[in-house]
Design a protein around this ligand. Structure first.
Ligand SMILES: [Zn+2]
Length: 136
């Protein structure tokens, strides 16, 4: 099992972090944490970039962070053309950051650097899974 159920277009056939998509289906946006040195990763990694251990565990992303920056896309890559314009942002959770699209109910003019936000799973109408930034 790979990332077949993730995103609008998935080009990843197999991965050791496929559980990420299962966790999205369960309502959880999760990263991985190294059991050896405690380094956290999002998107999840199967191997630690700090100590190279493959002894990893899953953790759920924190409930609240701050929108660090955002931008509006008026031109999109293959598979996302119909979504334009849309807003993407970086959330600062303190010890990690996350990049994602902002939920469509956050209008671009309402997005503010420093606003309280969270992240939640997103299920597209065709059953594919992703995640999005929401108001906290
Ligand atoms: Zn490590």
């Amino acid at each position: 099992m790979g990332f077949e159920k993730f995103g609008r277009r998935s080009f990843t056939a197999m991965t050791k972090t496929a559980k990420f998509v299962d966790l999205l289906s369960e309502g959880k946006v999760a990263g991985t944490v190294c059991k050896q040195c405690g380094a956290k990763f999002f998107p999840p990694r199967a191997d630690c970039a700090s100590c190279f251990s493959n002894d990893m565990d899953w953790f759920e992303m924190p409930g609240k962070g701050k929108l660090e920056t955002f931008t509006i896309a008026y031109y999109a890559p293959f598979g996302f053309e119909k979504d334009c314009p849309y807003t993407m942002g970086v959330v600062d959770f303190g010890d990690m950051k996350l990049f994602a699209r902002l939920a469509s109910d956050i209008k671009p003019e309402d997005a503010k650097v420093g606003m309280d936000v969270s992240v939640k799973p997103l299920k597209y109408e065709d059953g594919q899974m992703s995640f999005e930034i929401i108001k906290a």
